[in-house]
Design a binder for this molecule. Structure first.
Ligand SMILES: C[S@@+](CC[C@H](N)C(=O)[O-])C[C@H]1O[C@@H](n2cnc3c(N)ncnc32)[C@H](O)[C@@H]1O
Length: 403
């Protein structure tokens, strides 16, 4: 789903604006799209009607991610790759006080808009090798801040002159021909890291599964999740780094940000989970950042197993960095015995979380489910290196129903 650069220009003119407004007023559901298209084609150029509808449908799709979605400009691919407001606002803060920040792979401008929103950043340089993306990014940045001092350039990031630039952000392309290519990016990571020889303050996005051995000395690896949804990582150059590893959890409801950084957690005790204890299932940003021990130390928690990222506390805890469950029972893993125990407990739907054991989670959850109506979670894991099952339920599952 995309449009041509000349159509993007036409949509900025009177007829294009009228068409977009007419479609927005109808805001058609997928079932009504064809009817609206036929109606508008009677009085307008069919090509332009199709382009306007494309933009409108992309705006509809973008609504959950961008506060200005209904005014923004997208290509299908550009929207798919764009950083939503929440994450973009969080990471743009590192460039506070910069005089001129370059976004060298600006796409349709998700991150660029967040940089534009910051009044404490002077000017912006937006670069992408895709002309349509550059044009859309410039339009979108001006939605975020109409008076923004912005230079938009169609070029390869590798060819751009970085004179007067004191901050660089780079969110390289990570897909080729619609397929994931692992850690291969355009521009390549090695080139991106070398940018710090030219500009001290650099941020480069990386796949969340990045091998920590690829993080250069002095750089910070930050992993961000929105709720429990792990987004990507960012490598911050030494001039922007304030930790070695950081997990950030953004609360999609309240907008709050929670930060956990590496430290010296010391020894974390090994604890056998028993009924009444709380199990904490750490957020994927915490596990990917390698901060499970730091989280344990902060919560005063123990570990079920030295190699497994489930934590246990004697007292009930809640944390933005994980999901808390109350242990109902724990026993050595044996599917038939676990199923029998679940039946005794009146389990209904059963979620299975697996760490340290093999097995098809969906198939096992299906076999374990009962008809009792009590939603339970089974942690298939290891305790002291032995296969273990922890039967648990959400800490506040029955709030309001017991009174
Ligand atoms: C992941 S997207 C960027 C998304 C952007 N951060 C946003 O929030 O909208 C990557 C972009 O990099 C561009 N790109 C890939 N290789 C490039 C290169 N060598 N030079 C400039 N742009 C490049 C692609 O055209 C694409 O628009």
């Amino acid at each position: 789903m995309s449009i041509r650069p000349d159509q993007l220009d036409q949509l900025q003119m009177d007829e294009g604006k009228r068409l977009l407004a007419a479609i927005a007023a109808r805001d058609p559901s997928p079932a009504k799209t064809l009817a609206v298209l036929s109606e508008l084609r009677r009085d307008h150029d069919p090509d332009l009607v199709a382009a306007a509808m494309t933009i409108h449908l992309l705006r509809q799709r973008a609504r959950g991610r961008f506060r200005d979605a209904d005014r923004m400009w997208f290509t299908g691919e550009g929207l798919e790759q764009a950083t939503g407001d929440h994450v973009a606002d969080h990471r743009s803060a590192r460039f506070a006080g910069c005089e001129r920040v370059a976004d060298l792979c600006c796409g349709i401008g998700g991150d660029l808009m967040a940089l534009a929103r910051r009044q404490d950043i002077g000017a912006l340089l937006a670069v992408d090798r895709d002309p349509l993306h550059v044009a859309m990014a410039a339009l979108n940045a001006r939605i975020a801040r109409p008076e923004v001092d912005l230079t938009a350039v169609v070029a390869s990031a590798e060819d751009v002159d970085l004179e007067r630039v004191d901050g660089v952000f780079l969110d390289p392309a990570r897909r080729t021909g619609g397929k994931r290519t692992g850690l291969e990016t355009s521009p390549p990571l090695a080139w991106a890291l070398g940018l710090s020889d030219r500009v001290a303050k650099v941020g480069v996005t990386v796949a969340p599964g990045i091998d920590h051995a690829l993080v250069p000395e002095g750089w910070e690896l930050e992993l961000t999740a929105v709720g429990s949804d792990l987004k990507e990582g960012v490598l911050w150059s030494p001039a922007l780094a304030t930790a070695v590893r950081r997990a950030v959890v953004l609360d999609p409801g309240s907008g709050e940000e929670h930060d956990l950084v590496d430290g010296e957690p010391g020894e974390v005790p090994l604890v056998e989970p028993v009924a009444g204890m709380t199990v904490v299932d750490p957020n994927p940003a915490v596990t990917r950042a390698g901060l499970v021990r730091e989280l344990a130390a902060g919560l005063g928690a123990g570990m079920i197993d030295p190699k497994i990222a489930f934590l246990v506390t004697e007292v009930s805890v809640t944390t933005p960095f994980g999901r808390s469950l109350v242990v109902v029972d724990a026993l050595p893993w044996h599917e038939r015995k676990v199923k029998a125990r679940l039946r005794e407990l009146g389990a209904g739907p059963v979620d299975v979380r697996r760490r340290g054991l093999a097995g098809d989670v969906d198939a096992i959850a299906k076999r374990l489910r009962g008809h009792g109506g009590r939603r339970m979670t089974v942690l298939m894991t290891r305790h002291n290196d032995a296969p273990w099952a922890v039967i648990a339920e959400d800490a506040y599952h029955d709030a309001g129903t017991d009174t």
